[in-house]
Design a protein around this ligand. Structure first.
Ligand code: UGA
Ligand code: MN
Length: 319
């Protein structure tokens, strides 16, 4: 190729490149537009059919977000830490709560198994749920484990597992950057999806009534009529505790968890004082934020599933 031909070749190559860039650019633009049209159409249809579709409150939140062009990514996550261990009712319990969580748009479920290794049962259940999940394990040391005949109060439950969840948050989230809420969600309680909308209102630590706990039909913080702040607690067991609140009765901002990396649960805590001693790291009674309509509504129940008597294991079924 002589010099002249070389220049000509380069020029044509240039034209070709410019033309193909324009073509690619044009194609991308039209794809973007197609997507835009699709979403617009979807929004219109959902709006028209919202009553026919019986959309849940959480789905309405999502729809409104779509309409305002807000993204789920902008919504702070609720990190729900769930300790769980193998027993006959485990799959039933996890099915119940995972299907509740499916109705909550911004849940990050931290499931911590009380076992050496992740079990197939929990792994499969999580995968099927389609939820955003972090799956961890933390085995309760044998000495701290409740024996079959022991009364429940004899040992702390969920200590190792909750701490593992907290430590995962502290190593994977950044103070000042990641926003969210932390809730200790035992696997056997019953949760209304209304609770999760309440959690979203929390600034530091939010509290609310818990049904069917401590021998009372409901345990609740009692508010001062004038200030609307927490004054005392109605509780079936030691209402004078600094925070006479069940694990299911409070949630806190992720900021607090990240700002106090030493604040954990411990076997050294007095029996029945886990909640009180943990909350003391972060807040005072006066600072608590009463939720659930000024602590007048019950959105969570401390239910306990009866341990079933199984006389025969039927082969071929995972229960
Ligand atoms: C009450 C409170 O509601 C718990 O939050 C608190 O941890 C417990 O007392 C305590 O004092 O330690 P309770 O219903 O008696 O709860 O406890 P469980 O529901 O039996 O256990 C709490 C959580 O720990 C559950 O999510 C359970 O799956 C888990 N757990 C329990 C384990 O991971 N391993 C165990 O051996 C036992
Ligand atoms: Mn329980």
């Amino acid at each position: 190729m002589d010099h002249y031909e070389n220049r000509k070749f380069k020029r044509y190559l240039g034209y070709f490149l410019i033309l193909s860039s324009i073509l690619i650019f044009w194609k991308i633009m039209t794809i973007e537009k197609d997507n835009g049209l699709l979403i617009g159409d979807l929004k219109d249809r959902l709006r028209i059919y919202q009553y026919k579709l019986h959309l849940t409150p959480q789905q309405m939140i999502l729809l409104n977000m779509l309409e305002n062009d807000k993204h789920l990514d902008d919504m702070p996550f609720i990190y729900a830490i769930t300790p769980t261990y193998y027993r006959y009712v485990q799959k039933a319990e996890l099915t119940k709560i995972s299907q509740t969580l499916m109705l909550v748009p911004n849940i990050h479920w931290i499931v911590v198994e009380d076992s050496e290794e992740k079990t197939a049962l929990v792994t499969n259940l999580i995968a099927e749920s389609g939820l955003k999940v972090t799956h961890l394990t933390a085995k309760t040391p044998p000495f701290e484990k409740l024996k079959a005949k022991d009364p429940r109060w004899k040992r702390h439950r969920g200590v190792e597992q909750r701490n593992k969840g907290l430590s995962w948050l502290r190593s994977n989230m950044q103070l000042g950057k990641d926003k969210g809420y932390v809730y200790f969600m035992d696997d056997d309680n019953t949760y209304s999806i209304k609770l999760f909308s309440e959690i979203m209102k929390i600034k530091k630590v939010g509290v609310w009534p818990v049904g069917l706990v401590g021998g009372f039909s409901v345990e609740t913080p009692v508010l001062n009529r004038e200030t609307g702040k927490v004054e005392s607690y109605k509780s079936g067991w030691k209402p004078q505790r600094p925070f006479a609140i069940d694990m299911a009765g409070f949630a806190l901002s992720l900021d607090l968890i990240l700002a106090k990396p030493y604040a954990n649960f411990s076997y050294k805590m007095d029996k029945g004082f886990q909640e009180s001693q943990f909350l003391s790291y972060f807040t005072t009674k006066e600072e608590l934020e009463p939720l659930a309509d000024n602590c007048t509504k019950v959105y969570v129940w401390h239910t306990r599933t009866e341990n079933p008597v199984v006389r025969a294991e039927v082969k071929g079924y995972e229960v």
